[in-house]
Structure formats: C-alpha cells, structure tokens
Write a protein that binds this ligand. Sequence first.
Ligand SMILES: [Zn+2]
Length: 358
Amino acid sequence: MIATNEGFWVFYLLDYEPNPGQECVLGFDELYGNRLARQILSSYLRNSIIPYSMIFSGPASANMLSFALAFAKGINCLEMEGDFCGHCRHCIEIDKEIFIDLNVLQPDGQNYKKEQIIYLVEDNYKKPLKAKRKINILKEAHKMNDMAANAFLKVLEEPASMNVFILLTDNLRAMLPTITSRCQTLKFSPLSSREIETSLKQKGYDEEKALLISYLGSTMDSALSTDFNQLMKKRDNILSILESLLTQKGTDSILLDLFNLGKSREKFLEYFAELVNILELLLRDIMILKIDNESNFVINIDYKNKLRELSRFITMEKTLFLIRKMEYLLRDIQRNLNVKVLLQEFMTSYSNNEVDYV
Ligand SMILES: [Zn+2]
C-alpha cells in the first residue's frame, strides 16, 4: 500500500504549482485565477460585444460573483471604456451591490420563487435609470423549479438590449437545457493555492499567513475572506485533537465533544469537513518532518516543534492510514450514516492499530 502511494504523497508534500504569471488586464487585475474567463470578459468589453445572457459555471471557491461584478463595472464605468476604474461612483456602488440598476438575486428558500422571476420579467421591460445596461446576477441559478424556470425562459426569449443576465451556478447539469442553450457559458475552476497565496500577499498578508490560508482555504467558500484569527483558533483545537489521538490520551472527551456537535447535522458536517482538511495539513507536515527533521517545506511553520514532537508517536504507515480513514469517515458521514457509530469505530480502529483496513 505504501509503495503504491509513495509517489503520490511525495508529489502532494511538495505540491508547489508553477507561478501563473501576472498578466495585466487593466481593471480585471483585481481578479485572480481563471485567466481564460477573464480574457474573454475583458475582450467582450474592449470590443463592445456584450452578451445578453451568460452562465458562469464553476465551484463556489472560484469567486464567480467577483467576475460578474467586474463585468458589470466594465459595462457601466463612468471613467473608462472597455474596462473599469474601480473608483468612480458606478464602480463603487456596483462593488457594494447598491447600484440602482444592479439586481443580485439568490433563491428565496430552497429555490427561486415564481414571484422573484416574475419581478425580473416585468423589470426586463423597464429602462435602466443610470446604467448603460442593467445587470441582473442570479446566484445559484440552478435552483429554479420548473414553474420558475419556465417563467425565466420568457426573459431569455425576449432579449432587451439594455439588460444583461448573468447566471451563476455550481451545478450546470441541474439547469434546463432550454435555459443553457440560450446563454453563453463560461467555465470557472477553483483558484489554485498559488493564486490564493499571491492575492493574499497583495492584500498585505505576510508570507507565512498567506501560505497557510492558501492551503487551508482551498476547500472553503472563499479563502480570500477567511478570518485569520478564527482559523488559527480552530487549528489550535484541531492540533489538540490530533495530540490526543496520537498519544491516546483524552480520546473519550474528543468523542463526547464530537457527539455533541453531531446533534446539529448541518453544523457538524461543516465543522467536520474543515476538521479533516486541517488535520490532513497537520499530518502532511508530520510526514515531511519524518522524512527531514529540518525541512523548509512545512506549512504550519509556527507548529514545527510541536509537530516534530508528535511525529514520534506515529509511523508513516499510520499517518497514511489516518488520512485515508478520515476521508472515508467524512464520506460516510456525508452519506448520512450514523455519526456516533462511525466516530466510535474510527477511534477504535486507530487505537487497535488496524492499519490493514486501507
Ligand atoms: Zn469606474
């Protein structure tokens, strides 16, 4: 098992992506990642080809709303043609989402209500008050039942040249083909760790913090809005959990805490996904320190001594076992299996040395 995984883990341990470069696209500079989507949008603006309806499809972490707002600024900026200045009245109001000719909508409850869509249909016939074009951004646009989607089709079938519709979705397949076929679709990918790190540094974070958040933030909605102090507090707690697990001291109280959290399923799932992510990062560092006690590739650099100490309590095989096992555990918990039984089984298998499980 170890032999087959070794190559993968060495790659993972030293996973530094190539520098994506710092291409300059004027106002679009403030956006990170998704270079192709950025270039397409920028070229629409420069050539004054503004599609009436677009779909931005990609994961939540791709920050598609920022791209949609940038495009809205590019269309309506008072200072620039074909790009945006970021400081005129329109740009500022669009940024704050208070621009009078900007609608940013999200589902009212589980899905968009028919009334929300009817509002858009009616509003579509009204001229913008200040804008060159009125911008309508629909978050989670796939969350329309058939009734709402059919009502929305009316908007797409009767394009009004003074309007633009941008539909954001992380589930393109859930959208009706009659809607997707009438929109231009731009695909977005999650930001790479390197892109997140670069953007954080430019926002004034020091190197160490930027590196840490960029790794921890890749599975969060947006690493760019992470509260660093809160993240550090969580990491402290999770390090204590790891210590208990490795030294086999205080595991009962960990279980009790987790059981209590498990009472609210939604909160627990959110917490547990984050816990697995942070634990994996700590374990990754432990593996690195097992290979080289003085390695410079440690990400949790402020915990280096502590992690070095903990690395004595675990073998390489067991570290890999723990990472795999946690991923299975997260998957099973997400599948709605019994949290209490799964956690109990996890703790027992670890303390019983059941490395062969994987
Ligand atoms: Zn402007």
